[in-house]
Design a protein around this ligand. Structure first.
Ligand code: NAD
Length: 333
């Protein structure tokens, strides 16, 4: 099996690529290595992957259709996991164009090429942020998602619709995976837990939005990778006789949306307390109002993914934070 992973120098793509490489699968990574956050971190991830002899890599932008096509035609993957995107809610307020280009145009190019190559399963990274201002918790895939609060979330929702049309027109098997706040070693420096850690260690105050009155479904990276790994050979199949309870499969296309979360609500202040304990430092807090574009809380119902693959997230957030801190301290010395 050949797997093509976009965003392979990113947080999730890197861990996923490593998992497949360790299983002896041939992986081709594709990433622009942009400087949205510390490029040294992306290089460090890439250097680890380059040590595997079954790893191939192309540096390029998704928007460069010619380069992407050449690369995919040569590698001939059966599976594509499309994780390259401009992520981040806050950055999308001031830089919407980047999101339009990377997330919409980039995904469109992946769809066009996947159709031509008759890809057996295309998995695309979506986000819990598409649930926007929904008030019914936990979020289920069959819930309405009509009210995104940030431009980032709107591009993710748009790619879900665009992907559905392609799946319907060309019978292209697609799974959209809605991630819920993924954290862990080699994580993303633009995310709150990472920024908090950096500030705590340098004795700086941290901004806490909505006075900390919010919760998130924090999902540890190993659980995410395990979920994707189990899903690879389970493309949505319209002809399947097996009925699955509360299935989100489209009635007209081999297309399905799946939540992938830890399914536990963790209040922001509890998360911060654990960081304080692990770092052995008291945090100076700066309470702020709710941030523009941010969702209040998130919580996933991931039982559909469990019914399909046996997905079973195991990492308690206290264990996960400890692993992140251990990595952080050794990486940044
Ligand atoms: N980490 C999370 O908590 C989370 C939550 C919800 C959704 N997601 C989604 O999961 C996916 C992976 O997220 P991540 O946390 O690994 O992010 P990341 O930013 O660490 O990785 C994305 C990678 O894509 C690359 N990239 C960006 N634009 C590109 C382009 N136009 N062409 C080629 N490469 C490009 C970047 O260089 C980066 O290495 C994204 O689609 C993201 O929106 C992540």
């Amino acid at each position: 099996m050949n797997i093509f992973i976009t965003g392979s120098s990113g947080f999730i793509g890197f861990h996923l690529a490593q998992k497949f490489l360790n299983k002896g699968v041939k992986v081709h990574g594709f990433d622009s290595m942009n400087n949205y956050y510390d490029i040294k971190l992306k290089k460090a991830r890439l250097n680890i992957l380059k040590k595997y002899k079954n790893f191939y890599f192309t540096r390029g932008k998704l928007e460069n259709e010619k380069k992407l096509t050449l690369c995919l035609n040569k590698f001939k993957p059966q599976i594509i996991v499309h994780l390259a995107a401009q992520a981040g809610v806050r950055y999308s307020i001031k830089n919407p164009d980047t999101y339009l280009n990377s997330n919409i145009m980039g995904t469109f190019n992946i769809l066009k090429i996947s159709q031509k190559l008759k890809i057996k399963h295309l998995i695309i990274g979506s986000s819990s942020s598409v649930y926007g201002s929904n008030k019914k918790f936990p979020f289920q895939e069959i819930d309405k998602t009509d009210h995104q609060l940030s431009f980032y979330a709107a591009t993710k929702k748009s790619t879900e619709s665009i992907a559905h049309s392609y799946s319907s027109l060309w019978k292209l098997p697609i799974t959209m995976l809605r991630f819920f706040t993924v954290y862990g070693p080699f994580g993303r420096p633009d995310m709150a837990y990472f920024k908090f850690t950096k500030k705590i260690l340098s004795g700086k105050k941290i901004d806490i939005y909505n006075k900390g009155r919010m919760y998130r479904d924090y999902t540890y990276i190993d659980d995410i990778v395990d979920g994707i790994y189990k899903l690879i050979n389970k493309p949505p199949n319209l002809n399947s006789k097996k009925k699955i309870k509360n299935d989100s499969i489209s009635p007209v296309a081999p297309y399905r949306i799946l939540n992938i979360g830890n399914t536990k609500k963790i209040y922001l202040l509890d998360f911060i307390k654990t960081l304080e304990k692990e770092l052995g430092k008291k945090i100076k807090k700066n309470y702020m109002p709710m941030q523009k574009g941010d969702v209040h809380s998130t919580l996933s119902d991931s039982s559909l993914l469990k019914r399909i693959t046996g997905y079973n997230p195991k990492t308690n957030y206290k264990v996960g934070i400890k692993k992140f801190i251990d990595w952080y301290l050794s990486f940044y010395k």
